[in-house]
Design a protein around this ligand. Sequence first.
Ligand SMILES: [Zn+2]
Length: 474
Amino acid sequence: MTDLYIHDSAARTKRRFEPIDPTHVRIYVCGPTVYDLAHLGNARPVVVFDVLARLLRRRYPKVTYVRNITDVDDKINARSRESGEPIAAITARTTEDFHRDMAALGALPPDVEPRATQHIGEMIALIQRLIANGHAYAADGHVLFSVPSFRDYGKLSGRSTDELLAGARVDVAPYKRDAGDFVLWKPSDENTPGWDSPWGRGRPGWHIECSAMSWKHLGEEFDIHGGGHDLIFPHHENELAQSVCAFPGHGFARYWMHNGMLLVNGEKMSKSLGNFRTVRDILAEGPWAGEAFRLLLLRTHYRQALDFTMDALREAKAELDDHYAMLSRAPEAPGGGAISHLADWVLAPLLDDLNTPLALARLRDLRTLENAVTVGGSPAVAMERAGLSAPPAPGVAAAAFREAAAVLGVAIGDPAAWLQGGADDAAEVEAAIAARLAARKAKNWAEADRIRDDLKAQGVLLEDGPGGTTWRRA
Ligand SMILES: [Zn+2]
């Protein structure tokens, strides 16, 4: 098995992946703050790290993938004040929406999904350790992390202390010893959620939540920490500072992975530009849209900026149409080593820092190879790329396709259901086909042709074969 390399944001280079425990790989990815529907940018890390988790599961006996839910945050409190909806109702509904939307993108649930409000005890314990170690101090109902106490602060994001302080110097709260110090705990009034603590009734800062949940579920040190590029500073810089200072001798995450940003029509998504899109907006395009959006996300390397357009979404759908058409025609494979060999060839680019665009290109080559033996077309170029001297036997390329597609999580549905568009009117189409068959049996060719033309006008194409009539959407 070839080695896996991943780009480590902390080292700013690709590094060979060596898990702390080769029998158990541990990953933490920052999850959503649950106050509103997931937007397109929120979906990107979910899909990227879903592919990483699937790949790791193929290579290692055990993987624990933790993705949290931030259900205590001032954005949630503000939303509740605006709308009058109780906080618990907002967070429960938004968590459910998030689960539904991410499932529609083919993302498997993480192994553990800790909620911040269920880890307040761990947060308090961490803060107490930081105070005892001289890295935090209590002042005026707050507890702050002392940035000057941690020499390596700024290393992850590559910012100098001077830069950090220049940004923080505006409007410094009086209880801060140093302008860069950040909040671990803050006081809550009676209208704000709060928990009893040694520093009075209050609530945690955002950063300490992830340090506490990763510690609880993955230990003082684990393999990979992931998230969006926009989280490197201050969120991940602060998580790292907290965890390393609370547990001296441990390095927190061995590898840091960050996905690039998502643009819409070439611009940063924002409500004021009118290009703000939720995942729910995209799913409303049709039953195909979730999987097409997933494919669209994976067509760009995860570290690059990705530009979402409706044209790109429709292109992704067209690619899936072609994949499913091939799968629906492919015969059962004879079995044997050629299948795994070809699947490994498709997946090999993923070992090079998750190069999904190249893996998807190879998946298309497998489609070409299968089509060459079922419907025709030249397999020469695909054969050369795959290092084959002869085209594979019918069904072999399709079987390899299925094996590799399972790791990418695309084109893994039922081909017939896809080609029929998951249509609500499927029963009507079936009834029309039955009526046409009856007309043909009665040698009423004009009626049979009329039904066929009617369906064609509705975008339904019939194909008569030895096994009967099948249909698909144009
Ligand atoms: Zn986090």
